[in-house]
Design a binder for this molecule. Structure first.
Ligand code: PLP
Length: 320
């Protein structure tokens, strides 16, 4: 980062940002990509590009866009979200079909279909490629664009061996984050067709996301593609080890993880999630409550085998 060659990216002149944008566009099989300060801003830029006020976006009921973007779709784009239940975030064509509006005088018009892979709040669940392909097929029949919130698409690809570009072929625009499992301090990317990414420039600027010598952050992104990406499979193995270990502790009911997120039900633990998180923090282990009786543990580039051992020891002593 310190050695990054930089220039003014608001003028489109930062060579390190250009390198990262080109590399990600190629990885995702899209014409172009644009660097953003956050996943939320890149997601909402996509929302603004694909929709118009008074229309609806179909998404999963546990999706990040519905629950954790501060009603951004309504606030910024004037869009109503139509959240549908799915089997652990694996949104199917049948789920989406139920939510697409009939296009009569009484309903808002459906303008966008939204997918998330891996699915964060369902515990890093991988949505199968074939499921995504059938959603894409339905959307195409209905002439609806598709956006993929792929904050952790890297993890889906690492877990299944499916190329990133196969997943992103199921969507018009794709958002990916460097600031999650890849371990960068800041940065996300929106990729898609040339004319949409061109339009995304102005939207990003409006939202205050134009940054100047931002090559220092893009350099971290480039480093992470070379150094963190190959390690994601190890994060997944460690998450599986953490889940196995938790299974042996009374009161913890972990869900077997697909990738790097372990959701642990603590309904029978005798303490609530906030108290458990507090006790673990005292023991040097950070995780987040995911509801009153569930905690969410994540493995990433800073967690090694010793870290899993430490976490399990902390769970054991925090639960007594
Ligand atoms: C699935 C998903 N999408 C989008 C985001 C938003 O990313 P950011 O925190 O960079 O705005 C997150 C953040 O956790 C996420 O989990």
């Amino acid at each position: 980062m310190a050695e990054a060659e930089v220039d003014d990216d608001v003028l489109g002149k930062d060579p390190t940002v250009d390198l990262l944008e080109r590399r990600v566009a190629d990885l995702l099989g899209k014409d172009a990509a644009l660097f953003f300060p956050s996943g939320t801003q890149a997601n909402q830029t996509a929302m603004l590009l694909h929709t118009s006020p008074g229309t609806e976006t179909v998404c999963d009921s546990q999706s990040h866009v519905f629950n954790y973007e501060v009603a951004d779709a309504a606030w910024l784009a004037g869009v109503q979200l139509n959240p549908v239940e799915s089997d652990r975030g694996r949104l199917t064509a049948a789920d989406v079909m139920k939510a697409i509006r009939p296009g009569d005088r009484h309903h808002s018009r459906t303008s966008l279909v939204w997918m998330e892979n891996t699915h964060n709040m369902h515990g890093g669940v991988v949505v199968p490629l074939t499921t995504m392909q059938s959603v894409r097929e339905l959307a195409s029949e209905r002439e609806l664009p598709v956006h993929l919130d792929g904050a952790r698409l890297w993890n889906a690809s690492a877990a299944t061996g499916t190329p990133l570009s196969d997943y992103s072929a199921c969507a018009d625009t794709v958002m990916v984050c460097f600031s999650k499992g890849l371990g960068c301090p800041i940065g996300s990317m929106l990729a898609g067709p040339q004319e949409l990414i061109e339009a995304a420039w102005s939207v990003r600027k409006r939202l205050g996301g134009g940054m100047r010598q931002v090559g220092i952050l893009a350099a971290a992104g480039l480093w992470s593609l070379d150094h963190s990406l190959p390690g994601l499979v190890d994060d997944h193995a460690r998450a599986a080890k953490l889940a196995e270990g938790c299974q042996q502790i009374d009161g913890l009911r972990p869900v077997e993880p697909d990738t790097n997120i372990v959701m642990i039900d603590i309904t029978t633990a005798g303490i609530d999630a906030a108290e458990l998180a507090r006790r673990l923090e005292e023991r040097g282990v950070l995780l987040m409550p995911a509801g009153p009786a569930r905690v969410r543990a994540v493995t990433h580039s800073d967690i090694d085998d010793e870290g899993i051992h430490t976490a399990l020891e902390a769970f054991r002593s925090a639960m007594v």
